[in-house]
Design a protein around this ligand. Structure first.
Ligand code: ADP
Length: 505
């Protein structure tokens, strides 16, 4: 009984051991599987972690770059603001020197530069190209002079002129330009610099150099842009200043010439006045001298014509009458000449009084009616029923009417018509028109008929007697009344002489 139990127990133990071993193996297998899965997850995690690390590095790098760009952008914006202020300062002056004075040192520093220099190109006495200092910031006077003389070398200036574009210590250069760059650095005591040519419409004007002495201040492409913009603005302002200078100069020259001409004209006018005065005095003296013997001639001719000194044969009588007639014409001429010279020289005082032009018209038309009748000329007057009085010297204005109506009769064929009309004008004048349907005046003569001694020379008017003084006298009289006189005429269609006289207040 005991043996059965032992076997059973052994068998049971063996089974249990088997089950246990099997279970352990199974569990082990499961664990192995789990480990494998976990390893896979771990690999994945590691990969993700590596990726994340890469991304983090990238983010840090991008952030750094962004910060740098932001910094540059901030610098650029503040530079542009300063540049805007600088541009405004230089564009509001039209004086070339003042323009450079406005580039203040504080603005240069705000733009991010320690030092600045500006030179203009100028031909020296021996014909070579030289430099004139226009502006400096951050230098002593000696340093500026040293920089100027060092740069004033032919090879350096020719390299700068040839480049004719901004260049800086950032630009890759070789040959002459590299030498120019090195010279700028050492001559202008700069570790880094930006230089730009300044040009106007007339060509290269000069150059500006801006830079830093300290090796720590780094220049960027943005700085290059700012200097280039400043140089362009300077060029434009210089051009404006030059244009203004030119306009100002030509204005001054014009003013000088006008003053000169005015002086010349005043002198010429004074001379004309003197000559005219002398002419008037001469005419007046001669007329006086002529009048006395003429009066005697007329007197003797009249006595002879009466026959009191003896019987006169008809042929002689006819000649004596001619002497009388011509003496009368000569007296008229002399009187006209005397009157013109008197009015011209202001020796005739106009006795201005309010007077009715209606009355004067009627009186003169009446006076000249016999002459009109002789040529069957019809005269019509067209005057308003109520016409204001004019401020005139009656005797003188009567002469105007006599002259104009006589001319209308003289220069019209038989059966012609004359119309005298008058009206008040808006500017307080009375306008009088003396119109005829006579021979008219050729266009070419219209501007000359008021000149002294001018007579129209046509086939018809040739035979009509006259002195050419009547209209001159009329013009002088009207102008002495502050009026005007003019004529409208067409050959063979008649003429209208118009004049104005002031209305009496
Ligand atoms: P004149 O003594 O010759 O008449 P005026 O000075 O009175 O001198 O006139 C100058 C010229 O103007 C005259 O010679 C004449 O040719 C021209 N003239 C003047 N009035 C008239 C008119 N009503 N019609 C045509 N011609 C005229």
């Amino acid at each position: 009984m005991m043996n059965i139990n032992t076997d059973f127990i052994f068998n049971l133990l063996g089974l249990s051991a088997f089950i246990a071993a099997f279970s352990l193996g199974f569990v082990l297998m499961l664990k192995m599987e789990e480990i494998k899965r976990l390893k896979l997850v771990l690999d994945k995690l590691k990969k993700s972690f590596d990726e994340l690390d890469d991304q983090a590095k990238l983010i840090v790098k991008t952030d750094l770059e962004l910060n740098k760009t932001q910094e540059e952008l901030d610098k650029k914006i503040s530079g542009l603001y300063t540049l805007q202020r600088l541009s405004r300062a230089i564009s509001t002056t039209l004086d070339e020197n003042q323009l450079f004075e406005r580039i203040e040192e504080s603005l240069i520093i705000e733009l991010g530069f320690e030092k600045a220099l500006a030179f203009s190109f100028e031909k020296t006495e021996n014909g070579a190209l030289g430099l004139v200092t226009k502006m400096q910031a951050g230098y002593s006077a000696e340093e500026v002079e040293k920089a100027r003389t060092s740069l004033e070398k032919e090879d350096i200036l020719s390299a700068i002129l040839k480049k004719n574009a901004p260049f800086s210590s950032l630009t890759a250069a070789s040959g002459k330009l590299k030498h120019a760059m090195e010279t700028i650095k050492s001559a202008c005591l700069l570790n880094s610099f930006i230089s730009s040519p300044v040009s106007s419409k007339d060509g290269p004007y000069g150059l500006i150099i801006m830079g830093n002495e300290s090796a720590l201040s780094v220049l960027t492409e943005g700085d290059e842009e700012i200097v280039s913009i400043l140089a362009t603005q300077l060029g434009q302002s210089i051009e404006n200043a030059k244009l203004f200078e030119q306009t100002f100069r030509s204005h001054q020259e014009l003013e000088r010439r006008v003053t000169e001409r005015t002086k010349e004209l005043t002198a010429a006018l004074e001379e004309i006045k003197q000559t005219s005065k002398r002419k008037s005095e001469f005419v007046s003296a001669v007329s006086h001298e002529l009048r006395t013997p003429l009066t005697s001639i007329k007197g003797y001719a009249s006595i002879l014509a009466t026959g009191k000194l003896g019987e006169i044969p008809p042929a002689v009588k006819e000649r004596i009458e001619k002497i009388h007639l011509h003496s009368n014409e000569l007296t008229n001429l002399i009187n006209n000449m005397l009157d013109i010279s008197r009015i011209e020289s202001g020796r005739v005082e106009m006795k201005l009084l309010p007077q009715s032009l209606t009355e004067i018209t009627a009186k003169i038309v009446d006076l000249l009616t016999p002459q009109m009748k002789e040529k069957q000329i019809q005269c019509t007057t067209r005057l308003p029923k109520v016409l204001k009085t004019a401020l005139i010297d009656t005797t003188q204005i009567e002469r105007v009417f006599i002259n104009l109506i006589s001319n209308a009769i003289k220069y019209s064929p038989e059966g012609a018509k004359i119309t005298v009309s008058a009206e008040e004008t808006a500017d307080n004048f009375i306008r009088v028109d003396v119109a005829d349907t006579g021979y008219g005046i050729p266009q070419a003569d219209l501007g000359k008929i008021f000149q002294e001694f001018y007579r129209v020379d046509t086939a018809i008017t040739k035979g009509i007697k006259g002195t050419g003084l009547g209209l001159s006298l009329v013009k002088y009289i009207i102008e002495a009344h502050k009026g005007t006189i003019w004529v409208n005429s067409k050959e063979n269609s008649g003429s209208t002489f118009s004049f104005t006289l002031p209305i009496a207040a």
